[in-house]
Design a protein around this ligand. Structure first.
Ligand code: C2G
Length: 241
């Protein structure tokens, strides 16, 4: 029987973890997972787990690729674990490439498997924390905000769509995002899309129109409104003080 061993935190278990465990098991007949304890995570990995050890353990034990889950309490235990469990193969994601080559001295094969790039526990946490926002004004400056949200990993909001009072724009798409309706539809749209913020992005619209829109939007419950400044407000006086 070929025995494989791997280690990890496996918090908020996701398909990247499953993909790793599936490939790890395929390298042998029996898969042991060293699961980082809460203390090890806090002390050594600076990770605050959403699920505590027992819950993460029960999730792993429910996976058909996993045969045994043991606690990982320190970095050094891999050597004694490999001996104790007679492991033939040590597997881990390639974000650790090179870090465990020394285990080959124990006569085990060390395998680094490719990580599933687009998913991670920290990404899940960040995405879930993002507020849903609407951009009011399906124009150039609104598109600039969407572009920024696509390239800036720290963009604090998830843009769910546009508002625009031009009936010809309703139902259309701008940069992949729908124009969901105008001021008269806003209450329904906010409700349906779990929106908590509206960013008014109409830099060239006269102040009186913006004030009327603000009056209406401020009637909405639990909605905060931000206004994108118009360009000349952004450009400061150039004189050297
Ligand atoms: N993983 C992956 N793809 C992801 C996320 C994780 O392949 N998108 C892999 C990691 O490379 C690791 C395992 O899944 O092999 C568990 O990942 P984590 O829970 O993040 O564990 P880690 O913090 O890497 O702990 O002593 C070794 C450590 O305990 C490893």
């Amino acid at each position: 029987m070929k025995r494989v061993i791997t280690y990890g935190t496996f918090d908020l278990l996701h398909y990247g973890h499953i993909h790793l465990l599936k490939r790890a098991k395929a390298l042998g007949d029996y898969l042991i997972v060293g699961l980082s304890t809460n203390e090890f995570n806090q002390k050594e990995k600076n990770k605050d787990c959403y699920f505590d050890y027992d819950k993460r353990k029960s999730l792993l034990e429910a996976i058909r690729y996993v045969d045994l889950v043991i606690p990982e309490e320190n970095w050094k235990q891999k050597v004694s674990d490999i001996e104790k469990y007679h492991a033939d193969v040590f597997v881990i994601g390639d974000d650790w490439k090179g870090k465990f080559d020394h285990l080959e001295d124990l006569g085990v094969e060390v395998v680094y498997l490719s990580r599933t790039e687009e998913i991670s526990t920290s990404k899940i946490k960040k995405d879930l924390n993002q507020e849903n926002v609407l951009i009011y004004g399906a124009g150039e400056s609104g598109v600039l905000l969407v572009k920024e949200s696509r390239i800036n990993p720290n963009f604090p909001y998830r843009i769910v769509g546009f508002l625009d009072d031009n009936p010809n724009k309703k139902g259309g798409k701008l940069y992949g995002l729908k124009v969901l309706g105008g001021l008269e539809d806003v209450e329904k749209i906010v409700e349906k899309n779990d929106v908590s913020k509206i960013i008014i992005s109409m830099p060239s619209v006269e102040q009186s129109k913006i004030s009327n829109i603000l009056k209406e939007l401020n009637k909405l419950k639990d909605i905060s409104v931000k206004i994108l400044p118009n360009v000349d407000n952004l450009i400061e006086e150039g004189n050297l003080s």
